[in-house]
Design a protein. Structure first.
Length: 309
């Protein structure tokens, strides 16, 4: 029988900063919270969030063989500071697409487990399906969900990607970590658009990350004025978090830092970027899913002379 200690050895080999085990079912508090968020319309036009409620709450509804869930965290933090001329990018856009990196590492772990037990089965999710990753991460004792709705990994911070490996072996769940946000409201106070409606609830319609990454179509004048010099994503609510200030350290996964120097450009320099250059620069990057058209849309919104013509 494979133990969690054995799994931890494989986890450390892949460089993950945290790991834990959860049951394949999430507590009602998480599904209820999601339901309230959807009913409030905070998901904007992300209609896919409304689908597959069964698997979100109970993985066994879709994977009858599921007995445990391994949750891992991979740090992508860097202390990079761009020049004053530069536009802002979320730190997670600095390197190779995290979906590929975390999936590759989890596949290596699964392959190692199969070598130990040929009957081992697993299914990997890295922000690629209707899985409540943060709920499973909290249940697996990796940390807690912060008031900005980001997951704060204990002793590491929130600049982390989460990965899920569903397993067909029953393992004891890891002890849960206490929520340590306390009375702090720094993330709520710092959000320039007021998108954090209340602790744990973000209105996507006001969120810079949603607007610059997920929103389809043109911006309204109101939306364009919310971007605050952010070209892709937004890290403000994470940058002010006291736990990030205390715990964050540079990632050891150099692939997450692959494009830093090439992103330090002015608005005018970005406006000269062609579609072909965009594809080349952001090949194997999570930013490539934005596509050139929406990248240009974001740029235009950050250039009032162009957008408000």
């Amino acid at each position: 029988m494979i133990s969690f200690d054995q799994i931890q050895d494989f986890v450390r080999r892949e460089g993950f900063v945290a790991a834990g085990i959860s049951k394949p079912i999430v507590a009602d508090i998480y599904t209820n919270r999601l339901g309230e968020w959807l009913e409030s319309g905070y998901h904007a036009d992300m209609s896919w969030m409304e689908r597959s409620p069964g698997i979100r709450s109970d993985l066994q509804a879709h994977f009858p063989w599921a007995r445990s869930v391994l949750v891992v965290a991979d740090s992508y933090y860097s202390e990079t500071h761009f020049s004053e001329k530069s536009l802002c990018f979320s730190k997670y856009a600095f390197g190779v697409d995290y979906h590929k990196i975390v999936t590759e590492k989890l596949q290596n772990i699964l392959n190692s487990l199969i070598k130990v037990d040929r009957n081992m089965m697993g299914k990997i999710y890295v922000d690629t399906g209707p899985i409540l990753e943060k709920a499973f991460a909290e249940q697996a004792g990796l940390g807690w969900i912060g008031k900005n709705s980001n997951f704060i990994v204990n002793n590491v911070g929130s600049f982390c990607f989460l990965g899920i490996l569903i397993l067909n072996i029953a393992l004891e769940s890891s002890p849960v970590v206490k929520n340590r946000c306390g009375n702090c409201t720094k993330c709520l106070d710092a959000c320039p658009t007021g998108a954090i409606i209340k602790p744990g609830a973000v209105d996507s319609r006001k969120c810079i990350s949603y607007l610059t990454i997920e929103k389809k179509g043109a911006f309204s004048d109101r939306e364009a004025k919310l971007l605050n010099n952010w070209l892709y994503g937004c890290d403000i609510c994470q940058e002010v978090c006291p736990w990030n200030k205390k715990w964050s350290s540079k990632t050891r996964e150099i692939r997450y830092l692959d494009r830093i120097s090439r992103l330090d450009r002015s608005r005018d320099e970005w406006l000269k970027l062609t579609a072909e250059e965009f594809d080349c620069l952001f090949n194997n990057s999570s930013l490539k899913r934005l596509k050139y058209e929406r990248f240009r849309r974001n740029l235009m919104a950050l250039n009032p002379k162009v957008f408000f013509r």
